[in-house]
Design a protein around this ligand. Sequence first.
Ligand SMILES: [Zn+2]
Length: 240
Amino acid sequence: MPDYELELAGIGTVAVTEKRGMRSLRMRISPKGQVLVSVPPRVPHDYVEKFILDRRDWILDNLPKNQPVIINGGYFAGNVKLVIREGAVSRSRSAMMQSNLIIHLKGIYDPINKTQQEYIEKKILLAMNTLAERTLLPRLEELATRSDHKFNQAYVKPLISRWGSCDSNQNIILNTYLVQVPKILQDYVIYHELTHTKHMHHGKEFWSHMASLQPSYKLYRSMLKKYQTAIVMTENPSEP
Ligand SMILES: [Zn+2]
């Protein structure tokens, strides 16, 4: 039995076991794909979290891959349909048409061709980025105006270990992968970053300001932990 568990964006639930006599932190992945960490007793949780996040690339490379990311005819960002067409073009190309992303491949669709999969993933991510710019940035403007907050510049970017950021010059970045989470949780992240324009650190004042903007923020904060910072496709259209 682990001593405690950590929920980390993009990695999932990590089981942490404290072991007497250990001098360093150790990590392994179980055959079922769970990340297991052993640590000396009383190592702060923050430290363990950082240890894991620093090794995220290794974890992602070593997790058993049981599900293809790309589903032809599947949906991403809630309701954008991926339509893959094959052959009869001199080079692969893609276009967004209404809520379809159409990818016309030069050759035959081959889910185990790595180069082709990477090409498709890149196009999906670009489409998500465009969608994020069209939806998240106007929403940020709207909520900032409504709640009387000011920021400098804002843009979207696919981030791995955080949903957004706000620097000391009040520049806000929102994570592209937010297009895959329900709108109420997008609002949580937006309010969170707007709160940072007034309080840099996650202190008492930060959270009481947050509560004044979104009284149920604690619920949203924990709901957000279920979502991944990676392309997630579904077989049917869904929220958001
Ligand atoms: Zn924060």
